[in-house]
Design a binder for this molecule. Sequence first.
Ligand SMILES: Cc1cc2nc3c(=O)[nH]c(=O)nc-3n(C[C@H](O)[C@H](O)[C@H](O)COP(=O)(O)OP(=O)(O)OC[C@H]3O[C@@H](n4cnc5c(N)ncnc54)[C@H](O)[C@@H]3O)c2cc1C
Length: 353
Amino acid sequence: MHVELLAYTQRNPALTVESVATIGDLGAIWQGKADYPENVVEFAGRVCYRSTHRMGAAADFIADRVREGHEDIIEHLVVTLRITDSLEPLRWRLLNRHCEVSELGSGAWLVSGNTRVWLDFFRRGVALEAVPILRTLAPGIFAEYAGAADISPIAGAAPLFDEAALAVLAPYEQGPMRVTLLGYTQPLLADPELALHHGAATFFFEGISRTCTHQLVRHRLASFSQESQRYVDLSKGGWKAIVPPAVAEHPQAMAELDEFWRIAEEKYAALRKMGIRKEDARFLLPNAAETRIVATMNFAAWSHFLWLRAVDKAAQWEIRAMGQAVLRMLHTLSPDVFAEHWRVYQEQFIQEA
Ligand SMILES: Cc1cc2nc3c(=O)[nH]c(=O)nc-3n(C[C@H](O)[C@H](O)[C@H](O)COP(=O)(O)OP(=O)(O)OC[C@H]3O[C@@H](n4cnc5c(N)ncnc54)[C@H](O)[C@@H]3O)c2cc1C
């Protein structure tokens, strides 16, 4: 079997050290110990514990999380390999359905999987020829293969975006919501069907409600790392209530919501003072509670998400606003893959407005 690296999750070129330095805690991504792909993984893990200020502080943060089983964080780094001279990939999809396997003909295959998939393969003794590539890309994730020979450093592909495109790819804010494209992978593939299944993107959503993320996480062909209400105290989290526009525009309704949120905060603090654990005190938190989440999907899964949540007028206002921000960025990254979504979005929401 011959194994060749085709693509892996790259940083969004609009996220430079300077451009995100003062945007929330996004600048922390640069403080990790590794290269960007693994920094995104550490960042996703630290979003869960609200500890992004400690990026790079713990030598083995990723390896420790993997050891203790908090493995969703390693689903945010996607790697595509070209496999030749083997029939092996035929059965890989049966072993782990979270990978994409496409036959290219003449014994060649395209296989995309996140690093959790690749780790699962290696632990089953499968695809071991790929260990040096994965180990080089992500030494923290593949720490248990420390003995494997590393390959020479892998240069990231240089994406070419003009100023206008970079402006669309920059973090987008609307009210309390912020949508940040953290990274993406997009092997250069002429076949649109292959591009759909082997491209992937990772977003960081902030300033959204639990109502919104509950809808988001119903999308099952995806990977999520969400700020924990079990480990993060309401006061440390500084969570606010996300207010629906219909309530914000109605002074009496707004007063009711304010009062309700004040009581929720007060009673939460009272339970905590009594020694009730965060995991139980959180039972008082309403759907309005603000949250943060990192989400990774391949383009096919984002495509399905966008049909339901971005360009359909039946979608709820908050997730629709979030979905439309995602669509603008994905269409900029990959205009061919998201052309039809873009057309419907323009027709339904831009031209009609
Ligand atoms: C307007 C609207 C209203 C909704 N109302 C409700 C509601 O009242 N109650 C409620 O519970 N949910 C509701 N939902 C959620 C909805 O039913 C889905 O759970 C959610 O949108 C995720 O989408 P999905 O299931 O199509 O696909 P995803 O989970 O994103 O999966 C993508 C595709 O993979 C395939 N797939 C994934 N898993 C399976 C599986 N186990 N079996 C077969 N095929 C699979 C399907 O083809 C699916 O379309 C609503 C969604 C919308 C957009």
